[in-house]
Design a protein around this ligand. Structure first.
Ligand SMILES: Cc1cc2nc3c(=O)[nH]c(=O)nc-3n(C[C@H](O)[C@H](O)[C@H](O)COP(=O)(O)O)c2cc1C
Length: 332
């Protein structure tokens, strides 16, 4: 059995699942997710047009599956990257800025689908008006930068009541039951971020991953603590807020970005990659309330397979339970 939704029909992927394009995560993650039949996402943050062109050309020649890229609006300086991405990939997606019809037109002009991650009903309606093909509703439970202040279920409900393009759900989803739950409410798919940090392909630091594995939902905190370079609310592990408050130097460590080693300033927005040295525990350890469901590091393809097989089973069990509940006698 596979779950077919308006999202899988639109994108042409097998599974109604997307990994979040995550800041500095390795492109190996999105590629593995695409190969596994979900929508794999890359991160376009801080990439210049020539670098993106060179990186995408082999993927254009031999696509691994359905693949998209995420751009963070505060860092999108050269719209040429959008054109390059749209000509090479299946989906171009934006986050953290007002939905922009001009950008959506550029995406469509290059032949890709356009998507926007939104944090409120108003933003969802603006994304529809801008011409997006699908949107992602992000609840305040989400890890990383958080756009709105509403929890996923009420946000999803508001959006689904008003929007007639496919809506994915994001924030706090870390297991098959969570995926089945949002599909049952009417989402056309799920987007998971923190769950995919705990994969060998993500490229994140082992200590960060270890802390995610041992954390509970209540160990995450919504804060603006890590606002160096970008002042915006985000959700991280509480432990890194405590650690950075106690740290008494301006540089917490160093990290390799591309072929350069860079300092990681205190309160920097950069999450620790595997190469990070220094006080990794005082860097931005982004994590959603989904941490509760993350107990092991799993290869991304295996994770996609397990999550989707579990969601299919869960939905089957939910259907049988609903049938029996709906058929229950109300005679007194
Ligand atoms: C480490 C990390 C980095 C993230 N970076 C981005 C990003 O660059 N662009 C984006 O649209 N969302 C980003 N997000 C947020 C995700 O898109 C998504 O909303 C979130 O991960 C969903 O919640 P979850 O982490 O509980 O699954 C990031 C999330 C995490 C955990």
């Amino acid at each position: 059995m596979t779950i077919r939704t308006p999202f899988t029909d639109l994108v042409g992927c097998r599974h109604p699942l997307q990994n979040a394009g995550m800041g500095t995560a390795s492109p190996a993650l999105g590629i593995a997710v695409a190969q596994a039949g979900a929508l794999g996402m890359l991160s376009g943050a801080l990439l210049t047009a020539p670098v993106l062109e060179e990186f995408l050309s082999p993927l254009r020649a031999a696509p691994p599956g359905k693949l998209g890229i995420n751009f963070l609006m505060p860092f999108l300086e050269d719209p040429a990257v959008v054109d390059i991405a749209a000509e090479s990939l299946d989906v171009v997606e934006f986050f953290y800025g007002d939905p922009d019809a001009g950008l959506v037109r550029r995406v469509h002009g290059g032949g890709a689908l356009a998507a926007w991650q939104v944090g409120s009903l108003d933003e969802a309606l603006a994304a529809v008006d801008a011409g997006c093909d699908f949107i992602i509703a992000q609840g305040v439970e989400a890890g990383g930068h958080v756009r709105g202040t509403t929890a996923l279920l009420p946000l999803l409900n508001q959006v689904l009541n008003r929007v007639n393009i496919p809506v994915l759900a994001a924030g706090g989803i870390g297991d098959a039951r969570g995926i089945a739950a949002v599909l049952a409410v009417g989402a056309a798919g799920a987007r998971l971020g923190t769950r995919f940090v705990a994969t060998p392909e993500s490229g994140y630091h082992p200590r960060y991953i270890e802390l995610i594995l041992s954390a509970r939902s209540e160990d995450t905190v919504y804060t603006e603590k890590f606002s160096g370079m970008w002042a915006a609310p985000h959700r991280v592990l509480r432990s890194c807020v405590d650690a950075v408050d106690q740290f008494d130097s301006d540089i917490v460590g160093r990290m390799q970005m591309g072929d350069q080693w860079v300092d990681v300033p205190r309160f920097s927005v950069m999450g620790p990659l595997a190469s990070a040295t220094g006080a990794v525990e005082a860097m931005a350890l982004y994590a959603g309330q989904s941490v509760d469901f993350i107990h092991s590091v799993q290869p991304a393809a295996e994770l996609v397979r397990d999550l989707m097989a579990g969601a299919e089973q869960q939905l089957g069990a939910d259907c049988r339970r609903m049938e029996s509940w709906l058929g229950g006698s109300t005679d007194s």
